[in-house]
Design a protein around this ligand. Sequence first.
Ligand code: FAD
Length: 236
Amino acid sequence: MPGLAERLADLAGGAMLDNAEVTGLSRLSSEFVRMELTADAFRKAAWTPGAKLQFRPRRGTMGLRTYTPVSWDNARGVTELIAYTHGDGPAAQWFAQAAVGRPCEVFGPRRSIDLRVPAGPVVFVGDETSVALACALRTVTGDVSHVFEARDPAGLTGVLAELGIIERAAVVAKTPDRVELLRAARDAAVPAACALVVTGDAATVHAVRRDSRGWPRTPVQVTGKAYWAEGRTGLD
Ligand SMILES: Cc1cc2nc3c(=O)[nH]c(=O)nc-3n(C[C@H](O)[C@H](O)[C@H](O)COP(=O)(O)OP(=O)(O)OC[C@H]3O[C@@H](n4cnc5c(N)ncnc54)[C@H](O)[C@@H]3O)c2cc1C
């Protein structure tokens, strides 16, 4: 039987969270899950590309995990997520075990990155957790050069191909010095004045932002957000 703390968390969750249901699920690879969620609350929600949606992977706690809707259909009350299920954190476990028909408690969408007004061409730098944001950006502009760092570059390249992100997409191996990533991002920014969008590992976001100040063409706009950080859980 749940203890007092768990029951209080469930009471608070019931007041704060909306009920959704998994209505579509496909595995893009052993580590990537594409999921459709449906909820009555989604019909009247205001979504902007780049916004975040949080969900509670474990009842009896108030620990939320944050994901990026790829698209939003108000008429049907449907959104879509793409999750990278690394490790064995609560969200990774939840996505790995998810199935159509499973209920889910959500909070949002809420403001995070606002992709609506990119200032010209975009250089998009990210990692496995940024794939959904890259898809959301596609709803706004096609003028994007992508640079991804990945633990498994071949695996991520396959996932991106399945999602149609093939042209102007470089995938480099994640390394501690990030030399290859920074070079690829700098090269992508050379042809024209661009906006920079960078998400993923907090340390990478920091390194790319700092490096971009020395690019031959300094970005006209920089949008950066840490999606995860070594040793920390549940960033939002
Ligand atoms: C605004 C925002 C939007 C996001 N959108 C997406 C999205 O669309 N798709 C997506 O897959 N993720 C997204 N993320 C990242 C996701 O929320 C985190 O990866 C989250 O920590 C996963 O929760 P968890 O319960 O699996 O692991 P946690 O319990 O949070 O973490 C467990 C351990 O894993 C480590 N860790 C967390 N993420 C990673 C990683 N990617 N690689 C290696 N180690 C990691 C942590 O440092 C910790 O040590 C987003 C994050 C934010 C802030």
